[in-house]
Design a protein around this ligand. Structure first.
Ligand code: SF4
Length: 350
């Protein structure tokens, strides 16, 4: 199992983070060009990026002097092109697979009720994530594209106007300071509706740090393409094993196709730390099919079964999940994971 090997090198400053490489990949483009033309240029540039990325993956040597990698080209880069496309998507929003198609530069008319300006409720060095990640500079964005009835962060996820507005330059300085204090990564939580903001932050960043996309993996195909070449670790929640449970508890349509598509894309792009929060009464309908799919399609991931579910927020309205897991449910989930040969958890986020 080679999960998160490259991440560890970036974290130790022995390899460049992928957004740094994207910054150093020159692309000439006109910001006012048609979106379809921008995508064409993007796809061409990603072919070049992937060729050099693959040779870098097979290269076991480390870059001893990362500062040499930090000089940026004078002209526009692949990261600039991704920003131009993301800013355009914001006008007809399809960052997530709800695909509201609204102009978020003119208000907050989409399902998530998030405008063009992103807000965060807190950012800090988090010591409660998986051992490979801590201390993790974790940024909790306000708002969410899901509506999980058992959300433990519901005060943040249901209030997109909570907290501080993000100014990318200022936030890049905060991230640099946290890296200086020992952060092993920069970990964006519920990032999907804030993709444009994240790319703008990365454009301002001058420090090398791995980027963690801490997400429900419900982003659109277009967002997935923008993430390729930028994210170092997809920290993805795989919540449900079927569409019915996703609809009932998170009000998400076509969940299975969306999330499996995005995990496959992430698998081809970079490294994955996959979390599965075991829900009471949902071991057979959710945990079991997820484990089976992961084993078959994306076996080389760091897999973390989580057992800390507790009923929060609106869970009291759903008697079947308005309780803790039983010991036998936990045992059954562990057995399934072991039978499938997936790497078991070595620590759970708090
Ligand atoms: S991020 Fe998703 S939910 Fe929010 S406006 Fe865009 S498509 Fe709609």
């Amino acid at each position: 199992m080679n999960a998160l090997v490259r991440y560890q090198r970036i974290s130790a400053d022995r390899k460049p983070a992928r957004f740094m490489i994207a910054k150093n990949t020159p692309v000439d483009f006109d910001r006012d060009a048609a979106l379809s033309d921008l995508w064409e240029l993007h796809d061409d540039a990603m072919c070049r990026f992937n060729r050099s990325d693959r040779s870098d993956r097979s290269d076991k040597s480390d870059n001893s002097n990362m500062s040499e990698k930090r000089d940026e080209p004078d002209g526009k880069s692949l990261l600039d092109l991704k920003i131009a496309i993301a800013d355009r998507i914001l006008e007809n929003c399809h960052f997530c697979d709800r695909r509201c198609g609204v102009n978020r530069k003119k208000g907050k008319p989409g399902y998530c009720r998030i405008g063009a300006v992103s807000r965060y409720s807190s950012e800090f060095l988090h010591y409660g994530e998986e051992p490979e990640l801590v201390p993790s500079h974790t940024v909790f964005f306000s708002g969410c594209v899901f509506s999980c009835v058992y959300c433990q962060n519901w005060e943040i996820s249901t209030n997109p106007d909570l907290g501080m507005p993000i100014l990318p330059g200022d936030f890049a300085r905060i991230a640099a300071a946290k890296r200086g204090l020992g952060a092993r990564n920069l970990n964006f939580v519920t990032p999907t509706p804030h993709l444009h903001t994240i790319l703008h932050i990365l454009a301002k960043m001058r420090v090398n740090t791995p980027i963690v996309w801490n997400s429900n993996m419900y982003h659109s195909e277009e967002a997935a393409k923008l993430l390729c070449g930028v994210v170092d670790v997809y920290l993805g929640d795989f919540k449900y094993g079927n569409d019915e449970c996703a609809k009932k508890y998170s009000n998400a349509d076509h969940y299975w196709d969306t999330v499996t598509r995005n995990f496959l894309c992430a698998y081809n792009d970079s490294e994955i730390l996959l979390r599965q929060l075991v829900l009471p009464g949902h071991v057979e309908c959710c945990t079991a099919p997820i484990i089976e799919w992961v084993r078959e399609h994306i076996p080389k991931v760091r897999f973390n079964l989580m057992f800390q579910y507790r009923p929060e927020y609106l869970a009291y309205r759903y008697p079947e999940i308005n309780r803790l897991l039983t010991r036998s449910e936990e045992t059954r989930a562990r057995e399934l994971s072991r039978e499938m040969g997936l790497e078991m958890e070595r620590g759970s986020p708090g």
